[in-house]
Write a protein that binds this ligand. Structure first.
Ligand SMILES: Cc1cc2nc3c(=O)[nH]c(=O)nc-3n(C[C@H](O)[C@H](O)[C@H](O)COP(=O)(O)OP(=O)(O)OC[C@H]3O[C@@H](n4cnc5c(N)ncnc54)[C@H](O)[C@@H]3O)c2cc1C
Length: 437
């Protein structure tokens, strides 16, 4: 029997692949529901993710799995419009004419930004097309220095710096240029006449998680089961202990896949992971009326949040009983930050009144519901040298034979953590186990 710790997408994917390869599995999920960070809320129509989610065109494994699970025809590729809010004005930034009209960068800045996003190095006046091929060359290069060298100060200050502030706060100087270049490659396809092409399932990601559970078999997934200990005998994993409402159980195990945050791995095995995480605070505001025309609005000023993500400008409001859904989101670098310490009610007041200042036409009485979620480990801080910090899939050398790791600190979750990355990590562990003897 192989035990998988964590019923998020990574753990379920690992169990799915292990079963396909003829192994007996049990998934242990600490909470009452599977899905982990892809958990959902109910709405007047389809369920919606607690934290905003979409797929990028470069992500292929999740698309293949969706097809295997019979969900291929429910995956929809839609345009997700992006804009920048600067000094009271929303600037759409998707199409070439929109970018040309953006007033906060010079034409030359835009040219240099465009060349970087096309991965063309124009330093010295002679275009080079392979400078950015090998990301390891940029692993130790500070992102600010890189952007000043490879674009312009205007691009850094007026385009990237506000985004980095929103994403990494006071850790922004720690981030590597490799992360940025990886993100540029990760984002995938754009339609230069319409915007970024992003994926979403009809009905959201809940049907995907449900199908995965069905494929694994509900009888092989135990919710309300928190793994608390793993023992090792003769250099190999031997037992796993977990707590349920009915008491504590210890079972013999042939292998354990830890598909949860690295602190869980440390608690279970003593393996210490050096990756730092940032937390997220994210609200879903249900409204009678739309706030903007944009899906993803970056906020380049001193707002108490980093982005406004109007989900119903991506997926139509008809899917949600005609109501409009707006994510208001902020990352938190440190548990001492004010935002992390504020009550839900205080955050609601601060955020909605700030939305009102940004958009004078916003009518607070159109807000039907304000639901807030927090997670202390929402994303890794992709600092310089990050790839040296990732947890290997196979921990036979570092811990014991039969211990595997598929959580967010694995290599598949770089340069961006994603559902696809979780599935890849789950598969990587499953294949290593199945390839053994
Ligand atoms: C704000 C935000 C926005 C995001 N946006 C996107 C996006 O647009 N697109 C995208 O693809 N991805 C996005 N992601 C990332 C995506 O949600 C994650 O990469 C993915 O869900 C990680 O899955 P996982 O299974 O590795 O971890 P998790 O989802 O964290 O699952 C781990 C599970 O382990 C369980 N667990 C913990 N401890 C124990 C224990 N001791 N015993 C048993 N179970 C335990 C937890 O309860 C949890 O269910 C976003 C995430 C956040 C937070």
């Amino acid at each position: 029997m192989i035990h998988v710790v964590g019923g998020g997408v990574a753990g379920l994917a690992s169990a799915y692949r292990l079963q396909k390869r003829g192994r007996e599995v049990r998934v242990l999920e600490a909470t009452a529901d599977v899905g982990g960070l892809a958990a959902t809320y109910e709405t007047a129509g389809d369920d919606v993710e607690t934290f905003y989610h979409h797929l990028s065109k470069s992500e292929e494994t999740i698309v293949e799995v969706a097809e295997e699970l019979g969900l291929g025809d429910r995956l929809e590729w839609r345009i997700g419009e992006n804009a920048y809010y600067v000094d009271g004005v929303v600037h759409p930034l998707d199409t070439l004419p929109q970018i040309a009209a953006y007033p906060h960068m010079s034409l030359y800045d835009k040219f240099r930004l465009g060349m970087l996003t096309l991965e063309i190095d124009v330093r010295g006046g002679v275009p080079k097309f392979d400078t950015y091929d090998d990301l390891t060359d940029f692993e130790d290069v500070p992102i600010k220095q890189f952007l000043l060298d490879h674009t312009t100060r205007g691009v850094y200050e007026n385009f990237f710096e506000p985004l980095l502030d929103a994403k990494f706060g006071d850790r922004k100087e720690d981030v590597s240029a490799a992360w940025l270049l990886g993100r540029i490659k990760f984002r995938g396809e754009r339609d230069l006449l319409r915007g970024e092409i992003l994926g979403y399932f009809e009905g959201g990601f809940a049907p995907f998680v449900d199908r995965l559970v069905e494929a694994v078999g509900r009888e092989h997934v135990t919710t309300g089961a928190r793994a608390t200990d793993v023992t090792v005998a003769d250099g190999a994993v031997s037992t796993i202990t977990y707590e349920t409402a009915g008491g504590e159980r210890t079972e013999e195990t042939d292998a354990v896949v830890v598909a949860a945050m690295p602190n869980v791995l440390e608690d279970l095995t003593g393996y210490v992971c050096e990756v730092d995480f940032q937390g997220a605070v994210c609200a879903v505001v249900t409204m009678e009326e739309a706030l903007t025309d944009t899906y993803w609005l970056n906020v380049a000023h001193d707002a108490p949040f980093g982005a406004l993500i109007e989900h119903t400008n991506f997926v139509p409001p008809e899917r949600y009983g005609g109501q409009h859904l707006l994510y208001v989101a902020s990352y938190v670098q440190d548990a001492e930050e004010d935002l992390w310490r504020m009550s839900d009610g205080e955050i609601e007041e601060a955020w909605l009144s700030h939305v009102g200042e940004m958009f004078p036409a916003f009518d607070r009485s159109s807000v039907i519901e304000f639901r807030l979620a927090r997670n202390p480990r929402a994303a890794p801080v992709y600092e310089r040298g990050y790839l040296d910090l990732v947890v290997p899939y196979d921990l036979s050398e570092a811990v014991a034979n039969g211990v595997y790791y598929a959580g967010m600190a694995s290599e598949a979750q770089y340069p961006e953590r994603s559902l696809n990355g979780g599935i890849v990590a789950g598969f990587e562990c499953a294949d290593r186990i199945a390839d053994r003897a």
